[in-house]
Design a protein around this ligand. Structure first.
Ligand SMILES: [Zn+2]
Ligand SMILES: [Zn+2]
Length: 583
């Protein structure tokens, strides 16, 4: 702790938190994304410039680049191919290696560069190649050992950036996603809130060796216990999961942030169609655990254990001293263990996830495996010599050191999600398209209307009451607010629109600002809210006339009626009352 304090005092990025005795170094700079700004400079220490200190000089070390970028609407196949080609060409030119998935959805890469300059050059070339990469939050780590560099560059075209089974028409819209990215510092504060749940959207074998552990009296931790990401839409479809999310602020995190993008979009979509009752908002940490740990480099914040990585660094952890508070175990002998070594997998045929095997057990298993493969060869060669085979332990079902008997923690307790139906994301998406998408988007993305002191509200359920509207719009205490139903005077029908007259334009504006942050809902559906255009009558007169003349056929169409409110109807548009009148 003393070391931490000294460090904090000398670090310009450092901030002291006022948690009483728990003071920790907070690296504010690391919590911010690099989108639309210069990439972080190479950090030289005072001693690194001297030649005898080659070991501290970032220029003599390799660098790592982690990034992902979703695109919506998705790239055409040709565009995707050109991105792939460009990355390969620039990668070869600059000596950048690693792995990446390229899809019409975007790109997700874990790369290494031979030095910090080529790492930055690679990112800048991408930015020049396509504007979309200006938006990308490139995470560059310098001082990486050359031994941890990838040997070659492998970029593979895929259907999805993360294999959720949510491709194409099943993909919940990212643009309509109401979830928020928050920086690591805000996220850290949110974890103290008891009205929050925090979902670890990584696989169980990752969660096993390290995870966020919210403070006592803080958020509730939820581990979906997945074997792979395809199980996430299944877990979300469980009634007990939905119950755990309802009425809570839903927080989530993953390694670098990418898995939260589609995952949060799915939760947001479920909420918009009413498959999930109202939450208190959805939040994900920008840059994932990676940025969270860099923001709290010494204490690790509320992180406990190791951050499982898919690159050659294997795992990342906070610098804090002392033993890891890990609860993970060797799957063969149950002693505390947290290193995935030797590429062992669960012996259950349907599972096959990585399992933890301690050094001791690994030696025994490897010796066994060698012996067994030798015996198998013998058996084959001597044409059914069972005498040798009998002498091996390969058929012993109880031998914990037989690779076939290794079981992951989920298989040990018989947990599985694979037989559950996933959320029907495609159907939900169709429904939202029919209903005109997200009310929030409608309210904020339409060309701004002229300010007025009257609000227009649309997409109301037909059974709505004035009380419901007032409460959704937070107007319960506003005696000036007057609701008037909009009726189609020809048919006399209520089509789900109304106006609310307010005391002033200022009042109207401040309410709309409020609704942007917290879009109003009635009976679990978002409603549309905006300024009511008081010049509507004049503007529409000409348009309506033309339309009338052009197509009388519209009248036969159901939806056409809504759009065909003619000028003379306007006079009789508004009626007051608790319920829209039934004719
Ligand atoms: Zn062991
Ligand atoms: Zn298993």
């Amino acid at each position: 702790m003393i070391r931490a304090l000294l460090f904090a005092n000398t670090d310009t990025n450092g901030e002291m938190s006022r948690d009483g005795e728990m003071r920790e170094k907070v690296n504010k700079f690391e919590s911010e994304p690099v989108s639309y700004r210069a990439l972080p400079a190479i950090a030289f220490t005072n001693s690194s410039s001297s030649p005898e200190n080659r070991n501290n000089n970032p220029l003599s070390k390799a660098s790592q680049i982690l990034f992902y970028q979703y695109v919506e609407p998705e790239w055409s196949k040709a565009k995707m191919k050109s991105v792939l080609g460009f990355m390969r060409q620039v990668g070869d030119e600059l000596g950048v290696t690693g792995r990446g998935r390229i899809s019409q959805e975007g790109a997700n890469c874990t790369l290494t560069a031979k030095d910090p300059h080529s790492a930055r050059e690679f990112c800048n070339r991408l930015r020049k190649f396509d504007k979309i990469f200006e938006e990308t939050d490139f995470k560059i780590t310098d001082m990486v050992e050359h031994s941890q560099r990838f040997k070659r560059l492998t970029l593979v075209p895929k259907d999805e950036l993360v294999a959720y089974g949510l491709e194409k028409e099943k993909a919940p819209s990212l643009k309509q996603n109401k979830s928020k990215h928050v920086n690591a510092i805000e996220y850290h504060e949110m974890l103290k809130d008891k009205d929050s749940v925090v979902i670890d959207v990584r696989n169980h074998y990752e969660v096993d060796i390290g995870r966020i552990e919210p403070p006592e009296g803080g958020a509730t931790f939820l581990n979906p216990e997945m074997r792979n990401s395809r199980e996430f839409p299944k877990w979300l479809n469980l009634p007990e999961t939905k119950k755990q999310l309802e009425g809570k602020r839903v927080m989530m995190y993953c390694t670098g942030g990418i898995r939260c993008e589609r995952a949060s979009a799915l939760i947001s979509q479920m909420e918009r169609v009413g498959d999930l009752k109202e939450t208190k908002g959805i939040a994900m940490v920008r840059g994932g655990v990676d940025r969270y740990l860099k923001t709290f480099p010494e204490s690790g914040g509320f992180w406990k254990g190791k951050n499982y990585l898919f690159d050659l660094r294997e795992a990342q952890m906070a610098e804090k001293e002392g033993e890891l508070e890990t609860t993970s175990k060797c799957c063969a002998c149950e002693r505390a263990w947290s290193k995935y070594e030797g590429k062992f997998v669960c012996g259950d045929q349907k599972c096959k996830v990585p399992v933890l095997v301690c050094d001791g057990c690994r030696n025994v298993i490897e010796a066994n495996t060698k012996k067994n493969s030798f015996v198998k060869r013998q058996k084959k060669g001597s044409n059914g010599n069972t005498w040798i085979a009998n002498k091996t332990k390969s058929d012993d079902k109880n031998d914990p050191h037989d690779v076939k008997n290794l079981r992951c923690p989920l298989c040990k307790v018989g947990k599985e999600l694979r037989s559950i139906e996933p959320v029907d994301s495609a159907a939900q998406k169709r429904l939202l398209t029919l209903e005109g998408g997200n009310a929030k988007i409608n309210a904020s993305n339409k060309r701004p209307r002229k300010e007025s002191k009257t609000l227009f509200i649309g997409k109301l359920p037909l059974s709505v009451t004035a009380t419901e509207i007032k409460s959704a719009l937070k107007l319960n205490d506003d005696n000036n607010a007057e609701i008037e139903w909009m009726m189609d005077s020809k048919s006399g029908f209520f089509y789900g629109s109304a106006v609310v007259k307010l005391a002033s334009k200022d009042r109207c504006r401040s309410l709309l600002e409020q609704y942007k942050k917290d879009p109003p809902r009635i009976q679990n559906k978002f409603i549309a809210v905006g300024y009511f255009d008081e010049d509507w009558k004049n503007k529409n007169r000409k348009k309506m006339k033309e339309k009338e003349e052009k197509k009388d056929n519209d009248a036969k169409e159901d939806g056409g009626k809504k759009r065909r409110l003619a000028e003379e109807e306007y006079k009789r548009l508004f009626r007051k009352g608790e319920r829209p009148p039934v004719t």
